[in-house]
Each structure stands twice: as structure tokens, then as C-alpha cells.
Ligand binder design. Structure first.
Ligand SMILES: C[S@@+](CC[C@H](N)C(=O)[O-])C[C@H]1O[C@@H](n2cnc3c(N)ncnc32)[C@H](O)[C@@H]1O
Length: 257
């Protein structure tokens, strides 16, 4: 253990920075031992960690909505040359900076909304976009922006999902009078949450699995694997020139901080 960060000091600082959403083990001190989902996000990570390259030497990683930095730290441990975590919540960023410092990991954390990723002016080999989509009022716009500005190769995507796990094979088009497909549980559905779900007013949408896959495809991401119920590993592909890019004026570089 480093001299500077004794367990007592870590515990004290972690408490001052709380409450935490990420339960991170910092030299034997758990940041959120009472997490309602258990040892989260480690239990989630263990279910899809094997689906990502183990060696990220020379690669760059962007973690969008990085929260307490759990995934950014895991990527740095895999040898990524550059890891940037962004979140629009300063309290979570303070947690992430502290956790990375205790673990001795060189990671940059910056306050930035996913809507402003255009300001980064940089693409990343691996982009994490997990646990964020359903918190956004404009989820497809966010995916479009990720595609347009920051994704170079792999996208690690996760969303809370509700509804059927069935995926209806879709035809390219349907006649106007054909309405039965919309009642099929396997048709892509994005449930709108006007008020609250799970006591969280920032839960705006809950896609079913078919909808997660369809939105990813529509934004230009080919699904490579589906290692966990809610997780999709994707590869960025060039979009067909359909004119449906991100309809949002990317803020000038350096304008968002
Ligand atoms: C449920 S947590 C997920 C944290 C982490 N990615 C994970 O999967 O464990 C959602 C995170 O997204 C962040 N967030 C929400 N809206 C955002 C936005 N527009 N831009 C960037 N981060 C956002 C929140 O502050 C929070 O840290």
C-alpha cells in the first residue's frame, strides 16, 4: 500500500465524496458496499469482460458517462495508451479522479455531455456507452453523435431494457394497412417514461432488445456480439448516405468544458 493512501484515509475521502453508484474496491475499501444491485458494476462486468480484447496496448478508450470510473480503470489496466472518461456530473468525476489516483492509473476525466462529444475533435478505438442511453431525452441523437464524432472501431453499448427479448426479423418495408407487426413483442419498441421509473426521474426510455439492436444499426453500428442481456459489442461501419446524420450543430472544439 502506498504511504499516502492508508485505508483510513481512503475510507475518509470516499465517504466525503459519496454517495457512490460504482462500488469500487480501493485497496480493501469498498466505495458502495450497500449497492442495491450487489457488487455493482463488477458483477455486470464479469459477464462481458471476456468479449473485449484483453490487450489494449496502444489503443485509445473513451468512457461516456464514466461515473466513478470503474470501466475506465479496467480499460487502463488492459494497457490502453489513453483513456478519457467523460460525464456531466462533477461529483461523479471527483470520485473517478480519486479512485484512479488511489489505484495509480493515469486517466483523464473531463466534464462533458455526450451531446458535446464533437468538441473533443478526436476518435477513439474503443468507446464505452453504457448505462447512459435511457437517461437521455434524445437517445438516437446521442448515438448519431457518437458515430459521427468519436467512434473509430469498437462500441461497447448497454441499456436498461424492458419488454420482450424476442427479435422479430424485419422486412425492408410494410404496406400502410399492415398493422399487426406493431403488436408483435419482437418489433423494436422504445417505451417512453413520462414520469418516473425506479424512483429515478432521469429514466426517460426503456427499449426492448430489438429496439437496442435496431437503434445501433440505424446509427451505423454493426452488432458483433451480445455477451450479456443488455450489452452489445459493436463495430462502427460507414453509414449509407441517407442524410440521417446527427441533426445537431456540434459545438465548436473547446467550447464545452
Ligand atoms: C447509470 S450511470 C452509468 C455509469 C456507468 N457508465 C456504468 O455503466 O456503470 C449513468 C451515468 O451517465 C451520466 N450521464 C447522464 N447523462 C449524461 C450526459 N448527457 N452526458 C454525459 N454523461 C451523462 C450520469 O451522470 C451517470 O454518471
Amino acid at each position: 500500500m502506498s504511504e499516502a493512501w492508508t485505508q483510513e484515509r481512503i475510507r475518509e475521502r470516499a465517504r466525503a465524496l459519496g454517495p457512490w453508484f460504482h462500488n469500487i474496491n480501493l485497496k480493501g475499501v469498498s466505495t458502495a458496499p450497500e449497492h442495491f444491485l450487489g457488487d455493482y458494476p463488477r458483477i455486470k462486468w464479469q459477464r462481458f469482460a471476456g468479449a473485449l480484447p484483453h490487450d489494449l496496448a496502444g489503443k485509445s478508450v473513451l468512457d461516456i458517462g464514466c461515473n466513478g470510473g470503474f470501466y475506465a480503470m479496467e480499460m487502463k489496466r488492459r494497457g490502453a495508451a489513453r483513456v478519457l472518461g467523460i460525464d456531466f456530473d462533477e461529483d461523479y468525476l471527483a470520485q473517478a479522479r480519486f479512485a484512479a489516483e488511489v489505484e495509480g492509473l493515469d486517466i483523464e476525466f473531463r466534464r462533458l455531455s455526450v451531446y458535446d462529444v464533437g468538441a473533443l475533435g478526436e476518435r477513439f478505438d474503443v468507446v464505452f456507452f453504457i448505462g447512459v442511453l435511457y437517461h437521455l431525452r434524445h437517445p438516437l441523437l446521442a448515438l448519431d453523435l457518437v458515430h459521427e464524432h468519436v467512434a473509430r472501431d469498437l462500441l461497447v453499448f448497454q441499456s436498461m431494457q424492458r419488454g420482450s427479448d424476442r427479435v422479430l426479423p424485419l422486412e425492408p418495408d410494410y404496406e400502410f394497412w399492415r398493422t399487426d407487426i406493431f403488436d408483435d413483442p419482437g418489433y423494436p419498441k422504445l417505451h417512453f417514461i413520462e414520469r418516473e421509473y425506479a424512483h429515478d426521474p432521469t429514466n426517460w426510455w426503456a427499449p426492448n432488445r430489438a429496439c437496442s439492436e435496431a437503434m445501433l444499426r440505424s446509427a451505423g453500428f454493426a452488432v458483433l456480439s451480445h455477451p450479456e442481456d443488455e450489452v452489445f459489442i459493436c463495430r462502427r461501419s460507414e453509414r449509407a448516405p441517407d442524410g440521417y446524420g446527427a441533426v445537431y450543430p456540434a459545438r465548436g472544439r473547446g467550447a464545452a468544458g
